[in-house]
Design a protein around this ligand. Structure first.
Ligand SMILES: Cc1cc2nc3c(=O)[nH]c(=O)nc-3n(C[C@H](O)[C@H](O)[C@H](O)COP(=O)(O)O)c2cc1C
Length: 195
């Protein structure tokens, strides 16, 4: 097995959490860290979740709750997840706001997720998702527009609005990478021209 085999698992309905998970994989790859990435609804049957050395799980919030598919996976594998470096990205619109009430709302969702799954992530980040108006049906678009107006988000339903702060996510990932064990030292390679 390679050093630092990392598993990135995500749930998504409108696609923003997939984009976030793909960003995580790319960030790790740029630092020479190999990661496999799967969506919770297309896990290969042969995947042995418990064999990885570190994990990043990302999941959106719908109706104040994380999606049941990722909850089930985290619960099933909590005993292994609790022994290795792990990060949980809780994706929501509320995470775009930093006032105390929004922070408490996001934290409540995360606390309930942790309590329900028994998985205690090494690191947790609330990550702002997207208002994906073009992907909602008519009634959902109207409902989301009303919620957005109340929360001070854009009500322009002619396009999607990405609220994800990619730089904040990168700072979080930089801290996560620090948690990973240093790779085993291989034999020093002979380089041509060196004496
Ligand atoms: C029907 C619906 C319910 C939602 N419920 C919440 C919620 O309770 N709290 C919140 O902060 N965001 C909520 N959101 C916003 C989503 O968390 C956000 O759009 C996220 O980016 C969705 O991720 P996805 O694109 O990966 O599915 C909701 C969105 C929809 C469409």
């Amino acid at each position: 097995m390679e050093d630092h085999r990392i598993l990135v698992l995500y749930g998504t309905s409108q696609g923003q959490t997939r984009k976030i998970a793909q960003h995580v994989k790319a960030y790790l790859a740029e630092r020479g860290l190999a990661a496999d990435i799967y969506s919770t609804n297309e896990l290969p049957p042969a995947l042995d979740v418990d064999t990885y050395q570190a994990y990043v799980l990302a999941d959106p919030v719908y109706m104040h709750k994380h999606q049941k598919e990722l909850v089930a996976i985290a619960k099933q594998h909590a005993s292994h997840l609790n022994t290795v470096p792990t990060a949980f990205l809780s994706v929501s619109l509320t995470a775009a706001h930093s006032d105390p009430t929004s922070r408490a709302t996001v934290q409540k969702c995360i606390d309930e997720f942790v309590e329900e799954t028994g998985w205690k992530p090494t690191m947790v980040a609330p990550v702002a998702g997207a208002l994906s108006y073009t992907k909602y049906g008519f009634f959902m678009r109207m409902i989301m527009k009303r919620i957005a107006a109340k929360e001070g988000n854009s009500t322009d339903t002619s396009r999607d609005h990405e609220l994800t702060d990619w730089q904040a996510l990168d700072r979080f990932l930089a801290d996560f990478v620090q948690q990973l064990p240093t790779p085993k030292q291989g034999k020093p390679e002979l380089s041509v021209g060196q004496v």
